[in-house]
Design a protein around this ligand. Structure first.
Ligand code: ADP
Ligand code: MG
Length: 327
């Protein structure tokens, strides 16, 4: 009897693991394409889980959107130079971490980039380089040092009039992390939250294999030069090959150095692997600004963070612990 029971149990266990399948839904959230993938035993369970993730991402969008005039982020921006604004602990903590990443990258990453005057156009309409004075003036209101945080009061104060913060380079990563955490808490065994190339993964595919991410060379789009496993971690790719302008044979990318007002040069794509998509997202943008040498140096000093850079000439540069055979 005992052995029959064991036998039946094994059969049930096997059939359960075999009936797990991958379900995916694609939709627009936070103004971007999201692909939400879960492993579940049937469509109904998958749909319920995906709906939970969507509700969570919409909740975060409401908190951090600069477009939504009612959001706490807009309230902070509207009170720049006027008064501190009390915000939810969650938003306060996100801003605090963002400022931490600014310190880590010597200001290459800066959520106050949002007040930058848009003097660069990357649609082909620019015929000459802006003047040095114009460029300097464009970043006059930028500076994470001017974001005043008060933890006891949970307030955020932008100390200069006209300052603004924006989560364009960190928000999608944060949303991917939060959706993942919630689905794990709800018992979803595996999945991927992919926010237009900002993704976080957990668990394994139903056949027991790891989730993998293809890293492509944007200068040679058909060529995926690496297929790397992502085991319970995040990978974010920040690409920059469509929007740029060329002056004197120099290619200026659409990500702008918030410290100088000059666009980043030399890099077309950065992929960052990290435990959290939020950090990976912010660092991918930062590496663009810091450049290959400083960027890799900084990444190599961080534990559990790796990076792959494709430069202007299609050359591939990696942090210390990434091994790519086929270059
Ligand atoms: P994408 O979201 O297109 O993948 P990124 O993650 O690199 O690209 O984010 C680019 C966005 O981040 C910009 O559109 C802008 O909103 C914001 N941003 C640009 N430069 C910076 C910067 N130096 N620090 C923080 N945010 C930035
Ligand atoms: Mg980013």
């Amino acid at each position: 009897m005992q052995s029959l029971f064991t036998f039946l149990f094994i059969i049930v266990a096997i059939s359960n693991s075999f009936s797990q399948q991958i379900y995916k839904r694609t939709l627009t959230l936070m103004g971007s394409r999201f692909d939400i993938t879960v492993v579940a035993k049937d469509q109904i369970v998958a749909d319920t889980s995906i709906d939970i993730a969507i509700t969570e991402i919409k909740r975060i969008e409401k908190l951090i959107s600069s477009w939504d005039k009612e959001s706490q982020t807009s309230l902070i921006n509207n009170n720049a130079g006027i008064q501190p604004v009390k915000v939810d602990d969650e938003l306060f903590a996100l801003i605090q971490r963002a400022v931490g990443i600014s310190k880590l990258t010597d200001g290459a990453f800066d959520i106050s980039y949002a007040s930058m005057d848009r003097i660069w156009q990357f649609d082909g309409s620019m015929i000459e380089m802006p003047s040095a004075e114009e460029i300097k003036a464009s970043v006059a209101k930028v500076g994470y040092q001017k974001i005043i945080l008060n933890k006891e009061e949970s307030t955020v104060f932008l100390s200069q009039k006209g300052m603004k913060i924006g989560f364009g380079a960190i928000g999608k990563g944060y949303a991917a992390d939060k959706a993942k955490d919630l689905l794990i808490a709800k018992g979803v065994s595996a999945g991927i939250i992919n926010a237009s190339g900002d993704m976080n993964t957990w668990g394994k595919q139903p056949d027991g294999s790891d989730w993998k991410v293809a890293i492509t060379n944007p200068l040679n789009k058909n060529n995926a030069f690496a297929l790397l496993p992502v085991i319970d971690k995040a990978v974010v790719t920040s690409g920059n090959y469509e929007k740029y302008v060329i002056f004197d044979d120099k290619r200026y990318a659409h990500i702008i150095d918030p410290r100088t007002g000059y666009p980043a040069t030399g890099i077309v794509s950065v992929s960052v692997f990290a435990p959290k998509a939020e950090l990976a997202d912010a660092l991918a943008t930062s590496v663009f600004v810091m450049g290959i040498e400083v960027g890799l140096n900084r990444i190599n000093q961080l534990g559990s963070v790796e990076c792959i850079i494709v430069d202007d000439h299609g050359n591939i540069h990696t942090s210390n612990n990434i091994k790519i055979d086929d270059q």
